[in-house]
Design a protein around this ligand. Structure first.
Ligand code: PRP
Ligand code: MN
Ligand code: MG
Length: 182
């Protein structure tokens, strides 16, 4: 039977590797915010898997909220134009905010989101991202928690999509070229 996995050229990070790293980050976050828990802000839709697996490894009375922004549409390149599709339901004034992301590629999405959230008067804003592509950076962003730095390849899975599909792959992988070409 045809399988979603047939479209994957190679697995970059296995489900086990991701889980291990998120366990480390969760412990680090719990220690850093022991005095006052942050509100976790997940960036829909890509951060859904990271949020679900990271939040369960942060042993604090934390809250979760979501923003939906999109800069990629259905293509593979960032347009740089960020749209808010859904805003927070929480007032973050005087709160510690920890943004949870799946990937920092060009950095344009987060750089925009950072200044948007900072304008709301939070106590602090930090970032936790599972993946970062140092070679693709178009803006420098200070990131407190990074799971893995990865090469500049188009990756999918574990929340990351190509044309809205492949988010449900349990690992992070690189698609076969044939998937793009036809
Ligand atoms: C992807 C990804 C990050 C962003 C990173 O989101 O989830 O949010 O792009 O790219 P950048 O650093 O170049 O800005 P996307 O806009 O595709 O929306 P999605 O999360 O719904 O897939
Ligand atoms: Mn995203
Ligand atoms: Mg996307």
């Amino acid at each position: 039977a045809p399988s979603l996995h047939d479209d994957v050229e190679k697995v970059l990070l296995s489900a086990e590797e991701i889980e291990q790293r998120l366990t480390e980050l969760g412990a680090q976050i719990a220690a850093d915010y022991a005095e006052e828990p942050p509100i976790l802000v997940g960036v829909l839709k890509g951060a859904v898997m990271v949020m679900a697996d990271l939040a369960r490894r942060i042993d604090l009375r934390t809250e979760m909220d979501w923003m939906a922004v999109s800069s990629y549409g259905s293509g593979t390149k960032s347009s740089g134009v960020v749209r808010i599709l859904k805003d927070l339901g929480t007032d973050i004034t005087d709160r510690h905010v920890l943004i949870v992301e799946d990937i920092i590629d060009s950095g344009l999405t987060l750089s925009w989101l950072l200044s948007n959230l900072r304008s709301r008067g939070p106590r602090s804003v930090e970032i936790c991202t599972l993946l970062r592509k140092p070679e693709a950076a178009r803006v420098e962003i200070d990131v407190r928690y990074v799971g893995y730095d990865i090469p500049n390849e188009f990756v999918v899975g574990y929340g990351l999509d190509f044309a809205e599909t492949y988010r449900n792959l349990p690992y992070v992988g690189v698609l076969k070229r044939s998937v793009y070409e036809d």
